[in-house]
Design a protein. Structure first.
Length: 322
């Protein structure tokens, strides 16, 4: 059970996944350090709070820089993955560590595109009793038209496809210890954090900020990675695409029954080529039937899929019992 957050005592871990980020790490660590010291001074977080850099199997000097940071200042911690496992896994590794040591964790990208000044508001909301605080982009003016368009289409598509994600929220968020523990109860291997976090529950809120441009280095998410990320999001969150096949099959079957009636009418009014009626109706009807059958099998596969994820059936927030 979470106790009422007591100011000055609550330990914050800022988790930052890094993949080939040697160009930004210097500046990022400097800015985050100032932020943390400022928060400590204001009594918002405890003195043993940390900034955790997770090296996602970088091929450049990233890990060396992280080790140096750790040596010169105990504010910095590091986690090194054995190889590149992708942003989401790197983040989860850092959050797992945070769940053991911290009272709250904030995840953010190494390029600081997400305004770190939103951290203060996130922490305030945490002390007001929120377990999850989502950072939401208020504007995408600095993104190219293409990035903005594809990104916004992505949020809409995922929500249509049965995944519940917070609009314009990426992986910049605060989570309390118990929310982190809740997240770790999701045993799935294909992880899509921004879709899983809302499934945890608890009181949540949002904080809006303006997203800046990457100040150095290149995006690690080129179009190809972005597309596969979107696909991953949909297929790992829901089995709705399978249900769509089933629905399509039903629709085609219904249409073919209507068509059969029309074709028979043409047949009996002798208004057709011989053989065409039976051929065309069976093609449509069988096609529809096959889709229904595939969709039905898919429903079961979908159930098996969700079972294998062994998500928690519930997470208890409070119990009243003497
Ligand atoms: N990242 C990672 N592993 C990867 C790719 C990216 O840890 O395989 C990290 C990267 O270092 C950054 C964050 O994920 O901290 C987001 O990447 P990026 O800023 O390149 O994405 P964009 O902002 O362009 O969507
Ligand atoms: Mg970025």
């Amino acid at each position: 059970m979470q106790m009422t957050p007591d100011k000055k005592k609550n330990k914050l871990y800022i988790v930052v996944p890094c993949y080939n980020e040697e160009q930004v790490l210097g500046e990022t660590s400097k800015r985050l350090k100032i932020k943390c010291e400022n928060l400590i001074q204001k009594g918002q977080i405890s003195k043993d709070s940390k900034i955790v850099f997770v090296d996602d199997g970088s091929k450049d000097r990233t890990w060396k820089m992280i080790s140096e940071l750790h040596e010169t200042d105990s504010l910095f911690s590091g986690v090194k993955l054995s190889r590149n496992r992708g942003h989401q896994n790197a983040l989860l590794a850092g959050l797992t560590m945070a769940s053991e040591h911290a009272d709250m964790a904030i995840s953010m990208d190494a390029d600081l595109q997400d305004d770190i000044n939103a951290v203060d508001q996130m922490i305030e909301k945490y002390y007001e009793g929120c377990d999850i605080v989502y950072g939401v982009r208020s504007a995408r003016e600095t993104d190219t038209f293409f990035k903005r368009f594809t990104a916004e289409a992505f949020y809409k598509l995922i929500n249509k496809m049965g995944g519940e994600i917070v609009y314009n929220h990426a992986d910049y968020r605060l989570m309390s210890k118990r929310a982190l523990k809740g997240l770790l109860e999701f045993d799935e291997v294909n992880i899509f954090l921004r879709g899983m976090v809302p499934m945890i529950g608890y009181k949540s809120d949002i904080v809006t900020y303006e997203r800046a441009e990457r100040f150095a280095g290149e995006s690690k998410y080129p179009l190809k990675k972005m597309l596969s990320f979107a696909f991953e999001g949909i297929t790992s969150l829901s089995v709705k695409p399978i249900q769509l096949i089933f629905n399509l099959g039903i629709l085609i079957c219904t249409m073919s029954v209507i068509a059969i009636i029309y074709f028979l009418f043409r047949h009996f009014t002798n208004n057709t080529v011989s053989g065409w009626t039976s051929l065309i109706t069976s093609i449509w009807f069988l096609g529809g039937l096959q889709l229904v059958a595939i969709g039905l099998i898919g429903e079961y596969i979908g159930k098996v899929y969700l079972e294998t994820k062994s998500r928690p059936k519930f997470i208890i927030e409070k119990i009243l019992n003497d």
